[in-house]
Design a protein around this ligand. Structure first.
Ligand SMILES: *Cc1c(COP(=O)(O)O)cnc(C)c1O
Length: 424
């Protein structure tokens, strides 16, 4: 064991600890790059807090209607400034990422409009919102007469700008999903988003570009709103909540579009002026403030896991040295037994519920049984180390999150030991 190891609490084999050292040496330049992005995002964060004049009184909330809730309004100003948007909703009233995306889509689209999705089939939970799945009459966009058109990604995994340019004139909104989600594609970078937005707007200057930014926040220096997106949407139990915000979501972008979304979130005529914050604000400010650092820890975990599993002979995506647009790493485990051992090891190395043993089971809306590991402080939080996998070939685990790289490294090492038979 290396001199610098603090002590082996988890029975990780000598051989695996040697591999760990090799992985850390190999990934050091990537880690330095992650820290540069973190520092730029953190400086931009501090500047936004200062420029907006955040004061102690903004950290406590209101009750009832929440009229004149300065803390809420200030937090939204800070977020808008941070991401280069004209305005933002950054609220605990969004119940999930899917809810925030539904509010944004229903907020902006009108009957007869066409939604053009240029990143292939969207994240599973959007199926019911768009009307691609579920029964007619449930209240989907399709029920309200919004048409849907889908374009596949180009062979290089980026947006197909030619196809976007030819479809854009008939569409009201271009929809881009930044993260790979749980699909075998790469995440989009800000450069990809900028080229898709440029192609669409050249063909149709009135089109609005909306980005599902889930899992993408603070992965690069700057957000899609600074690269041609008119609206970005995400969840606070992922990256921008910093592991501290206990619930919530955001929508940020052009002021008029955000106003339309506020009308949908509350009621037309009331918009963003209403919504009390109770005791939520301090955690939301603190989580946002910490988010660039927490996302950097999750990215180090992702790069480390890619390099380690690659070295052990597994197929991973993205590779340890590939560009990243989100915090997800896919590890092909090849057999159901190995996939189960992987998830159980991640669960067993969680700070909360380490005694639980995940089992594959049915989940509404999915074609296969799903197995997942999540031993988190916030239920279902995936900025905390967690993994999800459908029980199907090639038995791929999607690993994400990690509040601190040190702890996540131990969990990833333990999982590697359990699936490669190097320790028990
Ligand atoms: C998490 C996620 C969503 C929203 O999911 P919720 O579980 O409803 O928060 C949407 N799109 C992508 C790409 C996501 O990762």
């Amino acid at each position: 064991m290396g001199e610098e190891m603090p002590g082996n609490f988890f029975d990780i084999s000598e051989k695996l600890l040697k591999t760990d050292e090799a992985v850390l040496r190999k990934t050091a330049p990537r880690f330095a790059g992650i820290e540069r992005v973190r520092d730029e995002n953190q400086w931009r964060m501090l500047a936004a807090f200062r420029d907006c004049g955040v004061a102690a009184r903004h950290l406590s909330g209101t009750t009832g209607y929440g009229y004149n809730d300065d803390g809420r309004d200030k937090l939204e100003q800070v977020f808008a400034r941070l991401v280069g948007a004209e305005s933002a909703l950054f609220r605990h009233n969004f119940m999930s990422g899917t809810h925030a995306l539904a509010v944004a889509l229903f907020g902006v689209l009108r009957p007869g409009d066409e939604l053009l999705c240029a990143t292939g089939r969207p994240y599973d939970t959007l199926g019911g919102v768009l009307g691609l799945t579920g029964e007619a009459g449930a209240g989907s966009l399709r029920d309200f007469g919004v048409r849907y058109h889908e374009i596949e990604l180009a062979p290089d995994g980026g947006p197909d700008c030619m196809a976007i340019a030819s479809a854009a004139p008939g569409a009201a909104v271009l929809y881009l999903q930044r993260s790979r989600g749980y699909a075998s594609r790469r995440a989009l970078t800000n450069t990809d988003i900028a080229s898709a937005a440029t192609a669409a707007k050249r063909a149709n200057p009135r089109i609005r570009v909306m980005v599902d930014n889930c899992y993408g926040e603070f992965v690069e220096a700057g957000e899609p709103t600074a690269h041609g997106a008119d609206l970005i949407v995400g969840s606070l139990i992922k990256n921008p909540g910093g592991g501290i915000a206990p619930t919530g979501g955001y929508i940020a972008g052009k002021a008029r579009l955000v106003e339309l979304c506020a009308n949908r979130l509350t009621a037309p005529g009331v918009g963003a002026e209403i919504g009390c914050t109770q005791d939520m604000l301090r955690g939301m400010y603190l989580g946002l403030y910490f988010a660039p650092g927490v996302v950097a820890e999750a990215l180090k975990t992702a790069v480390y896991a890619s390099a380690l599993f690659e070295m052990l002979g597994f197929c991973v995506s993205p590779g340890w040295n590939e560009a990243r647009g989100d915090i997800i790493t896919a590890v092909e485990l090849g057999t159901p037994a190995r996939l189960e051992r992987f998830c159980r090891a991640i669960q067993a190395m969680s700070p909360v519920d380490s005694m639980a043993a995940p089992e594959a089971s049915y989940m509404p809306g999915y074609a296969h049984d799903i197995i997942m590991a999540s031993g988190s402080f916030t239920q279902g939080s995936s900025i905390e180390l967690s993994c999800d996998a459908p029980m199907k070939e090639p038995y791929t685990a999607y690993l994400q999150g990690g509040l601190t790289f040190a702890a996540s490294r131990a969990a990833v090492l333990a999982a590697a030991g359990d699936v490669s038979g190097e320790s028990q």
